[in-house]
Design a protein. Structure first.
Length: 223
């Protein structure tokens, strides 16, 4: 079995596992995120943005605790919860390949065992700093691919699935929608994934727009 770590996967690795196509920065599906925050959420958003001065000089753990996780938590609705440091493992249903690793945060329903996340539908990867830091883009797509594999496991030709991702650089958020479908037998790789990217959102001035996207995604998966 070939095993890949989410944290070390490259674009070339991803290209061998899925036929990737990007639509670039798109209006849809992000234009559908129009539900305004209620008054309580507005107060919290104002409080959070007030703490973001000088974010570029803060380390990743501090940015995560001040800027990223609080917004994920604020987007919780119904049975959807925010989770941090979530392990992801999945096997390619069409080959002897496995992806495993830990993502910084997710939105997911609570599992049958209370306190554990179920199948995530939004994955968040935070960009790390330093000379040995890796590009968050391949990490995010690797984690998304693992989630899509789980959704398509045992699926028939032409089966489809979707998942959402986001990577953050300091307090800037970029979302991606990944739509996957299986290709006809004989085509390699068997999985095709189309990516639709959002504009970049700077939380210090666009926290409400980020919240609207997060809450819109969460509502799609209410349990």
């Amino acid at each position: 079995m070939t095993k890949f770590s989410i944290g070390t996967m490259t674009v070339d690795d991803l290209g061998r596992l899925a036929a990737l196509q990007s639509r670039g920065v798109t209006g849809d599906p992000w234009d559908a995120a129009v539900e305004p925050p209620d008054e309580t959420a507005r107060v919290i958003l104002h409080y959070l943005t007030g703490k973001l001065a000088g974010t570029t000089r803060l380390n990743e753990a501090t940015v995560w605790s001040r800027a990223v996780y609080p917004l994920l938590e604020l987007a919780e609705v119904g049975g959807v919860r925010a989770w941090a440091a979530v392990p992801i493992t999945a096997k390619d249903p069409y080959s002897d390949t496995e992806i495993a690793g830990v993502v910084d945060g997710v939105l997911a329903p609570e599992a049958l065992a209370a306190g554990d996340p179920g199948q995530p539908f939004l994955l968040v990867v935070e960009a790390k700093r330093g000379v040995d830091a890796t590009d968050p883009w391949p990490q995010l797509l690797a984690a998304l691919l693992a989630v899509l594999w789980k959704k398509l496991s045992g699926g028939h030709e032409g089966a489809s699935a979707e998942a959402f991702g986001c990577f953050t650089v300091s307090d800037t958020w970029t979302f991606v929608h990944a739509a996957a479908s299986t290709r006809p037998e004989g085509q390699e790789p068997r999985l095709a994934v189309t990516l639709s990217w959002s504009p970049e959102y700077a939380e210090r001035v666009e926290a409400e727009a980020i919240f609207r996207v997060l809450r819109w995604i969460a509502r799609r998966y209410l349990v």
